[in-house]
Design a protein around this ligand. Structure first.
Ligand code: FES
Ligand code: FES
Length: 157
């Protein structure tokens, strides 16, 4: 079946199998491997992308369901050579170790700050509660999001 959607601002049309998952469309068809694929059972959250500006686990969405919608992946965060403040925050506050969970965490953080620029620690923890990090213990991830909230223009603010 033919699907048409927007991925990172670019129109995409593909002929796909009806069973193809969005995570596989992104990674295998479009080469956007920044979105990771972990559990495939909607548990780990490493596959989170923005779907019409809402964070979703892309292993739970069929590519066909995304037709007509807007998808953003971690590759869209950097803009004209400058990292998004959430990426800068993860660098400043050591919000990652192995990095496997990081792209999903970044997209959830971006969505959170877009709707709540000054979230409480509890709100940040709730926002990332559907995502698993086996390395950091989460404290540095929370600090990273807080750094981004305090620096909405990144290091320039
Ligand atoms: S791969 Fe999607 S939640 Fe784990
Ligand atoms: S940094 Fe390794 S799983 Fe989160």
């Amino acid at each position: 079946m033919e699907i048409s959607l927007t991925v990172n601002g670019e129109p995409v049309t593909r002929d796909v199998e009806a069973r193809l998952l969005l995570v596989h469309l992104l990674r295998d068809e479009l080469g956007l491997t920044g979105t990771h694929w972990g559990c495939d059972t909607s548990n780990c959250g490493t596959c989170v992308v923005l779907y019409d500006d809402e964070p979703v686990k892309s292993c739970t969405v069929l590519a066909a369901m995304a037709s007509g919608h807007d998808v953003r992946t971690v590759e869209s965060l950097e803009w004209e050579g400058e990292l998004d403040p959430v990426q800068q925050g993860f660098m400043e506050c050591h919000g990652l170790q192995c990095g496997f969970c990081t792209s999903g965490m970044l997209m959830t953080a971006r969505a959170l700050l877009d709707r709540d620029p000054d979230p409480s620690e509890a709100t940040i923890r709730e926002a990332i509660s559907g995502q698993i990090c086996r390395c950091t213990g989460y404290a540095s991830i929370v600090r990273s999001v807080q750094w981004a909230a305090a620096h909405p223009e990144g290091k320039r603010s």
